[in-house]
Write a protein that binds this ligand. Structure first.
Ligand SMILES: [Zn+2]
Length: 463
């Protein structure tokens, strides 16, 4: 009974403390911690210092850790008998260009009324300062009610997420023992459509490759050599076209090894989301899903691998006309990966496929552009069901396990370097304009986000 009373008191403390919490977020948002632009390096450090001071003020043992790039902020509570948790967020923000399209100074944030309710407007309001502060505020309220922070907590805040996280992997490796926990929590994702709470349980991986096909040792006149000499653009497009069959399936041998079918439970969850592929495509002027025949729209977006040609160049494309057989052709291609698909095995299969399409007097060169496997969380960990119940209670709508078509590399790093799964829970919305002018975060997302974390912490502490 006391447990319930405390949990309710934490929620009440969050409600009472909302104006002060918003003031703190405003202070944080005023620091222009743009990580990609060296001109803002001192501001990035200032944001790290602000965060460290806040966390120390709440009662964490908090410190700034220098890296080769921008610093990490790490805050901890003493270990305890329950499960240990690692919470991750990032305190850097995207640049503000084009600044003329902002309705106000991006670093002079304000609460604005909109038809959908009040929003916090400013760079970083949603991505990720507002989101990470939902967790910090939940901890603060917890402490104010219970007299101590939850034990076994580590908070890790990065200042380079928006510039590719160059220092993150080395930092995780060097501090693996200190950072490892039974589960990671990341607050850098969104609600599903219409404010429905969600836990992202799988993210697609990525494999990128550049292909350069070369034929003659110079550009050729199509009157003199056309019909006789190999055209590298033709060679390249023949090879690329043969990667997919008429049903949209990738033909590379072994490509689907490790690409799992949906479980019945996940299929039911996703069907219940009411995703309308035609409506989704309608937002970009299309209407016809083009993936594998027989798959639902969400399967195509979240649970099936892809092969895409991202760019292709070669030959004469300038003004007028030039009847040339070019000497070389280039393409950049990438695959989104699922399940346990092996990016390097797929790269090897793609290279073998291109070579098999190559005439003997042509050459091909390959340049790898990164690879990361998919991240699929083990949702049999009861923490997932507990967090789902907590979110459902807070939002009054059934929380869903969802996928993500894109990658969040940090979740993969937590798995491969620290051996831990991640619960991705966020409260952003599709119209938050992250990375764009007039970024915002709904006050409701901030307030209910903090309440959500308080409920989740209660549930996970009791487990
Ligand atoms: Zn982010």
């Amino acid at each position: 009974m006391a447990e319930n009373t405390d949990a309710d008191a934490v929620l009440a403390a969050l409600d009472d403390g909302l104006p002060a919490a918003l003031d703190r977020l405003m202070q944080f948002l005023r620091i222009p911690s743009i990580s990609t632009d060296p001109a803002f390096a001192a501001d990035v450090r200032r944001a790290a210092g602000w965060l460290r001071d806040e966390l120390a003020g709440v009662g964490f043992a908090a410190a700034i850790h220098d890296t080769a790039g921008h610093p990490m902020v790490v805050a901890r509570t003493p270990p305890g008998p329950g499960r240990s948790l690692l919470f991750y967020g990032h305190y850097d923000v995207q640049p503000v260009d084009p600044v003329a399209l902002w309705d106000r100074d991006p670093f002079d944030p304000a609460i604005q009324d909109t038809p959908a309710g009040p929003v916090i407007r400013g760079r970083g309001a949603s991505d990720d300062k507002g989101q990470l502060m939902t967790f910090v505020e939940a901890c603060r309220a917890w402490k104010s009610v219970r007299g101590a922070l939850p034990d076994g907590l580590t908070l890790l805040f990065e200042g380079e997420e928006e510039s590719g996280s160059p220092s993150l992997q080395p930092f995780l490796r060097e501090n693996a023992d200190a950072l490892r926990a039974s589960l990671a929590l990341i607050c850098d994702t969104g609600l599903y459509a219409d404010g429905r709470p969600a836990i992202t349980t799988q993210l697609r991986g990525l494999m990128g490759e550049e292909i350069v096909v070369r034929a003659a040792d110079r550009d050729l006149h199509s009157g003199s050599f056309g019909g006789l000499a190999a055209n590298p653009i033709q060679v390249l497009v023949n090879a690329l076209a043969a990667v997919k069959d008429a049903d949209g399936r990738v033909t590379l041998p072994g490509f689907y090894d490790g690409a799992p079918e949906l479980t019945d439970a996940l299929r039911a969850d996703w069907d219940g989301l009411g995703f309308d592929a035609a409506e989704y495509l309608g937002r970009v002027g299309l209407g016809q899903p083009i993936g594998e025949r027989g798959r639902t729209g969400l399967e195509m977006a979240w649970n099936r691998p892809t092969f895409e040609i991202n760019g292709i160049t070669g030959g004469y494309t300038g003004d007028g006309f030039k009847t040339v057989l070019p000497a070389e052709a280039r393409a950049k291609v990438s695959c989104r990966l699922v399940g346990t698909q092996d990016p390097e095995a797929i790269r090897a299969a793609l290279r073998a496929h291109v070579r098999a399409h190559l005439p003997p007097d042509c050459t091909v060169e390959f340049h790898p552009h990164g690879s990361s496997p998919a991240s699929v969380m083990d949702t049999s960990d009861p923490a997932f069901a507990d967090a789902r119940t907590a979110l459902t209670t807070e939002w009054g709508r059934e929380a869903a396990f969802i996928g993500s078509g894109g990658s969040i590399p940090i979740a993969g790093d937590f798995k491969t370097i620290l051996g831990m799964d991640t619960m991705l829970i966020g409260f952003g919305r599709d119209d938050d304009r992250i990375h764009s002018p007039n970024e915002k975060y709904d006050v409701e997302s901030f307030a209910k986000g903090a309440r959500s974390w308080a409920r989740i912490l209660s549930a996970l502490r009791a487990a």
